[in-house]
Design a protein around this ligand. Structure first.
Ligand code: MRU
Length: 365
C-alpha cells in the first residue's frame, strides 16, 4: 500500500544485503513514519515484544524472518542445532494469542532442521518469503471475497454511503499488505463505492485511533474515530451497516479471538441486526478441534498500558497517567466472540458460516 505516494509493505527483506530486514516501526505512528532494521533474531524478538510490529499475520512473518536471521549466524555457534532450537522457542512464545507466530516460526524451524547444514540460511529465507507471499495473497483474496458484501449493501442503500465499523487495526500494517478486515474496504473505495469507516479507538494501546486512522487517511478513505463505547449507540441509531474485524486465532467451530472489545461489538451488532463479519486468513485458524474456548491463550500485558496513555505533545511522543497511582489495573488484551454472534467468516477460500463443517471444508479445498 502507499505511504506519501510510495509503495510499502509493513516488513520486507533488504534486496541487496543478506541478513537485513526492514520494517515500519508502528510504535512511532501516526506521528512519525520510521523504518527500523532487524539484523539478528534478538532484534526480531524485541520488535515483536515491544509491538513495533503487531497484528497476527505480521508477527508471524517477523517470527519467520527472525528464524532466518538466526539461521544466518547458526554455523558460527558451538552447537548450531541447540542455537536454532533456542531461538525457535523464544520467538514462537513471544506473544501467545495470535496463532500465526508459533505456526510460522515452527514451520521455518522444521524445514531447516531437515535441510543440510550449508544451506540452512537460504532455506530459512525461502520459507520465510513463502509465508510472506502467502499472507499477502490471502489478504488480497479476502478483499475480493469481501467486496461483494459491501457492494450489495451499497445497492440496498441506493448508492448512499456504507458505514463500516472496525476494531483495532486489521489493515495492511498488521498484515504485510492489504489487511484482513480493511482489505474489502480498500477494494470497495478503489471501485468507487461510497464507504465510511467508524474507527474504534481500541484502548489501551489505541491501535484503531493511531494505526487504522492513519492507514485509511493515507488511502483517502473517509473515516471517523470513535470511543470504544460509542459503537452500540451508533448501531441503535442505524448508523452502522456492518462490522468488519480481524482475528488473531479462530477455532474451527467459530470462536473468534480478537482484540479486547470485539466481543462487546458483536453483542451490540447482534442486538441491532447489524451483520458482524470476521475477515481471517486460514493461517489464523486454530486447528485443534478439541479446544475449549475458555482455555485459549489470552495475553495479559503490563497493566501500566491501562494506567498510562500515549500521545503527541510539543513535537514528542509522551505518556501521561490516567488514574490514581494506587488503583490497580487489569489488562486482558483479547476476548472471545462465540460463533452465534458471527454472521460469517471471510477467508481467502471464500465466505463461510462459523461452524466446523464449513471451516473444515475450506481446508480441504
Ligand atoms: O495486539 P495487536 O495489535 O497485535 O492485536 C491485533 C489484532 O487484534 C488484530 O485485530 C488482529 O491481529 C487481526 S488481523 C490483522
Amino acid at each position: 500500500m502507499k505511504v506519501h505516494g510510495q509503495e510499502y509493505r509493513s516488513i520486507w527483506l533488504d534486496p541487496k544485503e543478506e541478513g537485513l530486514v526492514h520494517l515500519i516501526n508502528q510504535n512511532r505512528l501516526p506521528w512519525s513514519f520510521e523504518i527500523a532494521d532487524l539484523r539478528s533474531p534478538g532484534d526480531a524478538l524485541e520488535a515483536i515484544r515491544s509491538m513495533m510490529v503487531r497484528g497476527a499475520p505480521l508477527i508471524g512473518a517477523t517470527g519467520a524472518l527472525g528464524m532466518y536471521l538466526a539461521a544466518t549466524t547458526a554455523k558460527n555457534q558451538k552447537d548450531p542445532e541447540a542455537f536454532l532450537n533456542d531461538w525457535a522457542y523464544r520467538l514462537s512464545t513471544a506473544r501467545p494469542t495470535a496463532i500465526n507466530l508459533a505456526r510460522s516460526v515452527n514451520h521455518v524451524f522444521n524445514k531447516i532442521r531437515l535441510g543440510q547444514s550449508g544451506e540452512v540460511s537460504l532455506l530459512a529465507k525461502k520459507e520465510a518469503e513463502l509465508i510472506i507471499e502467502e499472507e499477502v495473497d490471502a489478504c488480497r483474496k479476502i478483499g475480493e471475497y469481501g467486496l461483494p458484501l459491501i457492494r450489495e449493501c451499497a445497492e440496498k442503500k441506493d448508492g448512499k454511503t456504507v458505514n463500516i465499523l472496525t476494531h483495532c487495526n486489521a489493515g495492511w500494517l498488521a498484515c504485510i499488505d492489504y489487511g484482513t478486515a480493511l482489505a474489502p474496504v480498500y477494494l470497495a473505495h478503489d471501485a468507487g463505492l461510497p464507504v465510511h469507516v467508524w474507527v474504534d479507538e481500541t484502548r489501551p494501546r489505541n491501535q484503531g485511533a493511531r494505526l487504522t486512522a492513519w492507514e485509511l487517511g493515507q488511502h483517502g478513505i473517509p473515516h471517523t474515530v470513535i470511543t470504544d463505547n460509542a459503537g452500540g449507540t451508533l448501531m441503535q441509531k442505524g448508523q452502522v451497516d456492518m462490522v468488519l474485524v480481524g482475528s488473531d486465532r479462530t477455532t474451527l467451530d467459530g470462536y473468534v479471538v480478537n482484540k479486547i472489545g470485539t466481543y462487546l461489538k458483536a453483542l451490540a451488532a447482534y442486538d441491532n441486526h447489524v451483520p458482524f463479519y470476521v475477515a481471517i486468513p486460514l493461517s489464523s485458524f486454530d486447528l485443534n478441534t478439541t479446544t475449549n474456548p475458555l482455555l485459549l491463550p489470552i495475553e495479559e500485558p503490563d497493566p501500566e498500558e491501562v494506567r498510562m496513555i500515549e500521545g503527541w505533545h510539543d513535537g514528542e511522543i509522551k505518556q501521561v497517567q490516567l488514574f490514581p497511582e494506587n488503583s490497580p489495573a487489569l489488562n486482558p488484551a483479547f476476548d472471545i466472540t462465540p460463533p452465534e454472534f458471527v454472521t460469517a467468516l471471510i477467508t481467502e477460500k471464500g465466505i463461510c458460516m462459523p461452524v466446523i463443517e464449513e471451516t473444515i471444508r475450506l481446508f480441504k479445498e
